[in-house]
Design a protein around this ligand. Structure first.
Ligand code: IPE
Ligand code: IPE
Ligand code: MG
Ligand code: MG
Ligand code: MG
Length: 346
């Protein structure tokens, strides 16, 4: 697998720059797939393919051999899965943050592998759907053509639905000794469902054709929390669920608040990049919000205030890093994430 590692880094140097290129982060990605039996190495590559293309419910990814795979209904989606999941500029923030959280709380990475893939699947599905003509109508994603452009709308829709189903399968089949799978599936369905990400996406799309001056920042915060922040929160709080009593009670609130501010900052930065960053950096179509006549943090706040808004949420996030450290937890990695966002290389 060593040879293919580069392919699964969170982005090529030209695209990413900054902190995500570090060896340590690379380690997180490898850790994502280091199963207890040592069978799988390489994030989103083998784990996605071995685990997620199967429809037979066999819990070990190693149980799938090539012959079984070729009979597998989900194998039909092999090309579309690969197109979206393995695209070079995917940053994989959510699994990376989940592993960081696990390290902080003393959770072996093996115990998080399925959840981390589920996070990336749910997120990738949300992007595939977000890009569809009926939503943001974006033609570029992760440095390549959006899935509906590279394939077709129906293949994009079905791939997203398959990914979501596979994500929940992974969550419920994970072999855990604290029996948290049910709670985790329940939580994730809230995060992604009609009162979470779907609601946020709906509210976001209803902003189309509204004038930025009629939009309050509070509205954008609520929408951003629902469409983007909750999924980032789940990368942290999902691990808290898995951790059970290994997570100190007094750490839960700072973890949640850190996640909130990181999530808003992530969307603010995304909106700034939508206006300012070239496709070479983001891997996405430029000025997509303007093309959709959709107000965002930049158009609602203006260029100076939007930077202050970003700085504010990153500073707030740092406060909760300090709080976690005062509780004796090693939150250095969280600090690196916020620095990464503030460096402008998101
Ligand atoms: C893009 O997410 C959509 C938002 C939630 C703002 P990411 O910026 O995490 O995209 P990938 O996963 O790296 O492609
Ligand atoms: C989308 O926000 C958030 C999702 C949950 C998909 P955007 O629409 O701004 O994300 P990009 O810019 O297309 O990645
Ligand atoms: Mg959108
Ligand atoms: Mg979009
Ligand atoms: Mg955007």
């Amino acid at each position: 697998m060593e040879g293919s590692r580069g392919k699964f880094l969170p982005g090529s140097p030209e695209v990413m720059g900054g902190a995500l290129q570090g060896q340590d982060w690379d380690g997180y990605l490898r850790g994502a797939v280091q199963f207890a039996d040592g069978s799988i190495v390489g994030f989103t590559s083998d784990i996605a393919i071995n685990n997620l293309r199967r429809s037979d419910g066999v819990p070990s990814p190693t149980a799938i051999n090539n012959q079984e795979r070729s009979l597998n209904v989900a194998n039909y989606f092999a090309k579309t899965y690969d197109h979206s999941l393995l695209a070079g500029t995917a940053k994989r923030l959510r699994p990376v943050v989940a592993f960081m959280t696990g390290d902080m709380l003393g959770i072996p990475r093996d115990d998080l592998a399925e959840f981390c893939v589920a996070l990336e699947l749910l997120h990738t599905a949300s992007l595939i759907v977000d890009d569809l003509p009926a939503q943001d109508n974006s033609s570029k994603r992760r440095g390549v053509d959006a899935l509906h452009v590279a394939f077709s709308e129906w293949e994009a829709q079905l791939t997203a639905i398959a990914m979501i189903n596979n994500a929940y399968k992974l969550i419920v089949i994970a072999d855990r000794d604290n029996g948290s799978n049910y709670e985790l599936a329940d939580y994730m369905s809230t995060v992604c469902g009609e009162n979470g990400l779907c609601k946020g996406q709906g509210e976001d799309l209803r902003l189309r054709n509204k004038s930025p001056k009629d939009i309050k920042v509070d509205d954008l915060d609520r929408i951003s929390y629902l469409k983007t922040g909750l999924a980032i929160e789940s990368a942290i709080m999902g691990v808290v669920i898995i951790a059970g009593t290994k997570c100190p009670e007094e750490a839960k609130q700072p973890l949640l608040y850190y996640a909130y501010h990181l999530g808003i900052a992530w969307q603010v930065k995304d909106d700034i990049d939508d206006v300012r960053a070239p496709i070479k950096k983001t891997g996405k179509s430029e000025n997509q919000d303007a093309k959709n006549k959709k107000p965002n943090y930049v158009t609602v706040l203006g260029p100076d205030e939007v930077q202050k808004k970003l700085d504010f949420h990153l500073a707030e996030a740092q406060k909760y890093v300090d709080k976690l450290e005062s509780l004796g937890l090693n939150a250095t990695r969280y600090r690196e994430i916020t620095e990464y966002v503030s460096q402008g290389s998101r």
